[in-house]
Ligand binder design. Structure first.
Ligand SMILES: Cc1cc2nc3c(=O)[nH]c(=O)nc-3n(C[C@H](O)[C@H](O)[C@H](O)COP(=O)(O)OP(=O)(O)OC[C@H]3O[C@@H](n4cnc5c(N)ncnc54)[C@H](O)[C@@H]3O)c2cc1C
Length: 375
């Protein structure tokens, strides 16, 4: 994508978003709509890949603007969920679309282009390396000074910062919201095979429960690719073995890539003054399914809402965001975790009950993931 590589537009913005993944680009598009001058600083150049299953659930899609036009990128609509345990499939057919299988590279590229078309300045190959802040005269608000390093050095200032730099991002640590200890987290491993799987059925998502690893495997096919992977709360080597035992038709683990899954609970505090963490950077992956896009989008909505509401009263946006974060994610997490344990137990005791429950999760109809009225 050809974008500004330097900050030629002038270097003060209302909002700087660190990280141009789905959480960051969505937040940027919302912020522009709310009237904030917005810059996105992304360390890579688009199109860039992200390790992911590429499934956008119906509940995630419901949060996105219609004019994003998701189906302009190659996708497969999902109407069926199959759970395979002991090689015997249990299937649930839905009348409504449960989600879309897409390639993450294409999704992220689409979303970055969307934010830019709406008016956000998109700076590629700018990796945040240092952040400092100064208080204004009343001591209530801060101005953030953001510095990027290799490959492109830049310095800009912003009144608000949204950190959306993912599970391995450093903004939370630079801002003192996460310590240097290793966070407890799981792993996801995935491989994209550039051909449709021979066993793929149109519109079907296949899942392979791994209850003793606290996770599951998946096979998700798009028009001309298949994404196969496993995720769970255990070591990468155990997950590699699980991958090989599930996909024994594809025993070659070459190209099997791993990435952390922060699904063991939202951070205790997700904001300080006017710096707010969203998406994986705030630890918001669902503990059962490993789905992260839904909470990425939801946290983006809450963060931008906090900024606009707090801005009216000249108060720090972080206070309101921490409150909304507690209600929507931290309190909900206990319920989501109990739900995850219950679903893993069902995978052992009653696997046939799982497909409709997974479908309900995709549509946000389960008791433990129902939304609080946050908008
Ligand atoms: C194997 C696997 C499979 C998954 N499958 C699914 C799935 O099918 N469906 C689903 O909903 N979720 C899935 N997830 C979770 C999902 O991928 C994440 O929740 C989602 O990507 C989070 O989006 P994000 O924008 O918060 O972070 P990311 O997508 O990680 O984006 C962060 C961005 O920040 C940039 N960045 C990092 N550091 C800096 C820096 N210092 N300066 C500037 N930019 C920086 C990165 O380059 C990146 O572009 C899966 C995860 C894994 C690991």
């Amino acid at each position: 994508m050809k974008h500004e590589k330097t900050d030629q537009a002038g270097n003060y913005y209302d909002l700087a978003v660190i990280g141009g993944g789905p959480a960051g680009t969505f937040a940027a598009a919302l912020a522009v709509k709310a009237g904030l001058s917005t810059v996105i600083m992304e360390k890579k150049a688009y199109p860039r890949s992200k390790i992911c299953g590429g499934f956008i659930s119906a509940r995630s899609i419901s949060l996105l603007p219609v004019d994003l036009n998701l189906i302009s990128i190659p996708s497969e609509a999902i109407y069926q969920v199959s759970v395979l345990k002991g090689r015997q499939p249990r299937t649930y057919n839905s009348k409504t679309r449960l989600g879309l299988v897409v390639e993450r590279t294409a999704l992220d590229h689409l979303m970055a282009g969307y934010a830019r078309a709406k008016g956000a300045v998109l700076l590629e190959e700018q990796s945040l390396e240092a952040i400092s802040w100064i208080k204004n005269k009343t001591g209530e608000n801060y101005t953030y000074i953001l510095e990027t390093g290799s490959p492109i050095r830049n310095k800009l200032t912003a009144r608000y910062v949204i950190a959306a730099d993912g599970a391995l991002g450093n903004t939370a640590r630079l801002a003192g919201l996460r310590n240097n200890k290793k966070d407890p987290r799981g792993w996801g491993l995935s491989k994209v095979i550039k051909a449709r799987s021979k066993v793929a059925e149109t519109g079907a998502a296949k899942f392979y429960p791994l209850p003793f690893l606290g996770g599951m495997g998946w096979s998700l096919s798009g028009p001309d690719w298949t994404n196969q992977g496993v995720g769970g709360f255990c070591s990468k080597s155990r997950l590699q073995k699980a991958y090989q035992s599930i996909f024994n038709g594809y025993p070659d683990p070459a190209g099997l890539l791993s990435w952390p899954l922060p699904f063991l609970g939202p951070l205790k505090k997700a904001a300080s003054n006017n710096l707010l963490l969203i998406g994986d950077a705030a630890g918001l992956v669902d503990p059962f399914s490993g789905e992260g896009l839904y909470n990425s989008f939801k946290s983006a909505i809450l963060a931008v809402r906090s900024i606009t509401e707090a801005g009216k009263e000249n108060k720090p946006a972080g206070e309101l965001y921490n409150e909304l974060f507690k209600i929507n994610f931290r309190r909900n997490f206990a319920a989501s975790l109990s739900g995850a344990i219950l679903l893993h137990a069902r995978a052992v005791l009653s696997p046939s009950s799982l497909p409709p429950l997974i479908a309900s999760l995709m549509e946000n109809r389960l008791w433990f993931n129902r939304d609080i009225d946050y908008l």
